[in-house]
Write a protein that binds this ligand. Structure first.
Ligand code: SAM
Ligand code: SF4
Length: 345
């Protein structure tokens, strides 16, 4: 593969109407998954047909145009990205950008297949990954994921550490499910040198008989509780996203809190998402979108067409999401019909 040429000039950077510099692209490579987490999916999901999903060549072409106009970090996500057949081909295709005009290529995974791919990820220039894990209890793990085995994820984490990948654990906090093991979870992360970010459940997609409100826990309550047991120091560290980070005194790990519902941080948003069908979503919690599959598959689509449409999409990035839970009236505002597994978390 030829080394990509850096054509970025000052005028090419992506700035939205609220003066936010857009430098981070999350790309969902599949809506499929080998787990069925209760807060993410319903038990019986209908998945996309193969021809609806972008090919790796289409994804690579799109990513290259995004990089040309200022994207500096790409996260491969899903669904579960590591269940897509041949997924390492996409990492291999994108790798040459890392020695030129892309700062970071990374991954969010549930970890079940990580033991197979950790060393190839590292070879392909990935340095840090996010692994989603909500409990260290095998029985609860099965309950939350419906079909998963905790042991697979722990093996994956070990393989990733052996491959020198830096790991951040993402943990969705669920009232009356995993909120009683938070201290143990933090201590496990400290012991294993794993950064940890807690996330509030967002109202995205139908989850069948489950009710997200039943298990929603505002993270400012959790943080108060954690502060009474661990010495937290707020830090100015930012990944440009919604997480606020603290350090735990006496440890090497960072503790993050993503609070889209209880505290909105959209003013610092630097990201956009492309779902598995090639639709660009300017905001996780709004319906603005632009269909890049249609553009890519239209006859004679040029690189200039792609760049013009990328710029157009950024001009329509909304100021903020509209998610809100009214716990006293059991009401959810801003519910999105699409699942996080399609859009890419
Ligand atoms: N399958 C991979 C995984 O679980 O890491 C990648 C995709 S998953 C959609 C990305 C992240 O979104 C995970 O950390 C998951 O816990 C989180 N997530 C999924 N549905 C969510 C929801 N409704 N609210 C908050 N986080 C959610
Ligand atoms: Fe799959 Fe990730 Fe959704 Fe769990 S959160 S069902 S692992 S896509």
């Amino acid at each position: 593969m030829n080394k990509p040429v850096n054509k970025l000039s000052k005028d090419d950077t992506l700035v939205d109407p609220f003066n936010r510099h857009i430098t981070y692209l999350r790309l969902s490579v599949t809506d499929r998954c080998d787990l069925r987490c209760t807060y993410c999916m319903s038990e019986k999901m209908t998945f996309l047909n193969k021809k609806e999903v972008l090919t790796f060549e289409e994804m690579y072409r799109l990513c290259s145009e995004f990089i040309k106009v200022g994207i500096k970090k790409i996260r491969i996500t899903g669904g579960e990205p590591l269940v897509r057949k041949g997924i390492m081909d996409l990492f291999e295709m994108l790798k040459p950008h890392l020695s030129n005009d892309l700062d970071e290529l990374t991954l969010t995974t549930n970890g079940t297949q990580l033991h197979k791919y950790a060393s190839q990820l590292s070879t392909n220039g990935v340095k840090r990954i996010n692994v989603s894990l909500d409990t260290l209890d095998p029985i609860k793990f099965k309950k939350i994921t419906r079909i998963g085995n905790l042991e697979d994820v722990l093996l994956g984490i070990k393989a990733a550490k052996d491959a020198n990948l830096k790991i951040k654990i993402n943990c969705v906090v669920l009232k009356n499910i995993n909120d009683d093991e938070i201290d143990e979870f933090i201590n496990w992360c400290i012991k294993n040198h794993l950064d940890l970010t807690f996330i509030e459940t967002m109202p995205m997609g139908d989850i069948g008989n489950e009710n997200r409100l039943d298990h929603f826990l505002p993270l400012h309550e959790l943080k108060k509780n954690i502060s009474s047991k661990f010495e937290l120091e707020d830090t100015s560290f930012s990944s440009g996203g919604p997480a606020k980070y603290s350090k735990i005194r006496g440890s090497f790990i960072k503790l993050g809190f993503i609070t889209p519902l209880s505290h909105n941080f959209c003013s610092s948003c630097n990201r956009i998402r492309i779902d598995a069908t090639g639709v660009l979503h300017q905001c996780l919690g709004q319906s603005n979108s632009l269909d890049f599959r249609k553009i890519l598959r239209s006859p004679g689509c040029t690189d200039t067409d792609l760049v013009e449409n990328i710029k157009l999409a950024i001009k329509h990035k909304p100021e903020r999401h509209s998610f809100a839970y009214d716990l006293s009236n059991e009401h959810i505002e801003g519910m999105m019909n699409r699942h996080m597994s399609l859009t890419g978390g």
